[in-house]
Design a protein around this ligand. Structure first.
Ligand SMILES: Nc1ncnc2c1ncn2[C@@H]1O[C@H](COP(=O)(O)OP(=O)(O)O)[C@@H](O)[C@H]1O
Ligand code: SF4
Ligand SMILES: [Mg+2]
Length: 364
């Protein structure tokens, strides 16, 4: 999780958003890692979309709510891609759809050469060991009737990872130590733990099955500021030590800047800018990215959430606009172009890794 790269764009490092090959899904693949080539992406997310059908009342037809629209990116091994966006921009939907915890409406995810959308439930269950999620609110994510040791052992048992009871206990204690939990807490229930301790339990649970890919959905957003910093430091240590590939989602600009190798900016269910963390933060090509980062307070500032970009209304996800979704709030918008044609997430220069979805992006 190095963050900045002062060289900016690097053509030699370019990676297409398409995976080179997708292996047959009926191959015997369970629990086996096959691609450790650092140059090859571990995860390809392609044109992922999710439409929820919601009904305001029994007497009304369901509305189709476009939560995620055509999101594509890749993740190289050991890389952290940070996703930043306002509440309601589709971040949690993305987190769940990438792992197929919610069924995407369109698109696919290729994980280590496997098309996740084509896996049978049994094959998908076997792959779950390799892909774990950590959620924002550990109070609701942890079953209240289970003790800390039962919670951490659950995945170890489900995947048969312990050779004996003694081995199982040693693993549980080992993971608790690794995330900074005292073993005297092993028989405690979630409600007897602090918010920070609960999030460490959630992390120990995820790590106990030995994942390669971790999706973190606002993992520190529910914690006090001082605890947030401790958990972020722990996450950084673990990522480096275990070589985890991470999709790290947050509405907190500081957190995203701190943890990300690359950053994706989400607006209205779409990626509007994607590139190396340093490039996105310093160049801010998209008017939305610029508005977000321009409004970031000084280092001693206290604001932790995203600023309100403009007072103008965001579009209605059940009636997506024809052109650019940021049109209604954009100071650079040009009627006749921006409201008519949707800008694609295009390279900012030939073979650049920096992409922006805007007809009139800011110059660097
Ligand atoms: N299960 C669901 N059913 C219907 N609408 C949903 C559901 N989950 C999320 N949404 C809607 O999808 C949009 C994106 O939500 P979400 O992915 O939770 O965004 P974020 O995590 O960025 O706040 C919002 O408009 C939200 O109301
Ligand atoms: S395409 Fe037009 S409306 Fe959309 S962000 Fe760019 S300038 Fe603004
Ligand atoms: Mg969310």
């Amino acid at each position: 999780m190095s963050g900045a790269d002062p060289r900016g764009m690097d053509a030699a490092d370019d990676e297409p958003l398409e995976p080179p090959t997708v292996e047959a899904t009926d191959a015997p693949t369970e629990g086996r890692a096959r691609s450790k080539d650092p140059a090859r992406a571990l995860v390809y997310v392609q044109k992922l979309s999710k439409v929820y059908a919601t009904r305001r009342s029994l007497f009304r037809a369901p509305e189709l709510l476009h939560a995620l629209s055509g999101v594509s990116f890749y993740l190289k091994p050991k890389e952290t891609l940070g996703i930043i966006g306002e509440s309601g921009s589709g971040k949690s939907t993305l987190a769940r759809a990438v792992l197929r915890l919610t069924e995407p409406t369109l698109g696919r995810v290729v994980f280590d050469g496997l098309d996740l959308m084509a896996l049978s439930p049994r094959e998908l269950r076997a792959q779950r060991r390799r892909m774990q999620i950590v959620l924002q609110n550990p109070a609701t994510a942890l079953a209240p009737h289970m003790t800390l040791s039962e919670l951490v052992a659950e995945g170890i048992d489900a995947f048969g990872l312990a050779a004996s009871r003694k081995d199982r206990l040693e693993q549980v204690v080992g993971y608790c130590h690794r995330v900074g939990l005292d073993e005297r807490l092993l028989e405690r229930y979630p409600h007897e733990l602090s918010g920070g301790q609960r999030q460490r339990v959630a992390l120990a649970r995820a790590l106990a099955v030995g994942p390669e890919f971790l999706v973190l959905d606002e993992p520190t957003s529910a914690l006090d500021v001082s605890v947030q910093a401790q958990v972020l430091n722990l996450l950084g240590e673990l990522q480096r030590e275990l070589g985890l590939t991470q999709l790290f989602i947050s509405h907190d600009l500081r957190v995203i800047q701190h943890v990300s190798d690359r950053i994706g900016v989400m607006y209205f269910g779409k990626l509007v800018e994607l590139g190396r963390a340093h490039d996105v933060v310093t160049r801010r090509h998209h008017p939305y990215t610029r508005a977000l980062f321009d409004a970031l307070p000084a280092r001693d500032g206290t604001r932790r959430s995203l600023p309100i970009v403009t007072s103008r209304e965001a579009p209605d996800p059940s009636a997506p606009p024809r052109g650019c979704a940021f049109f209604s709030r954009c100071s650079r918008a040009e009627a006749g172009r921006c409201d008519v044609e949707e800008p694609p997430l295009a390279e900012t220069a030939p073979r650049s890794r920096h992409r922006v979805a805007c007809w009139f992006p800011h110059e660097a």
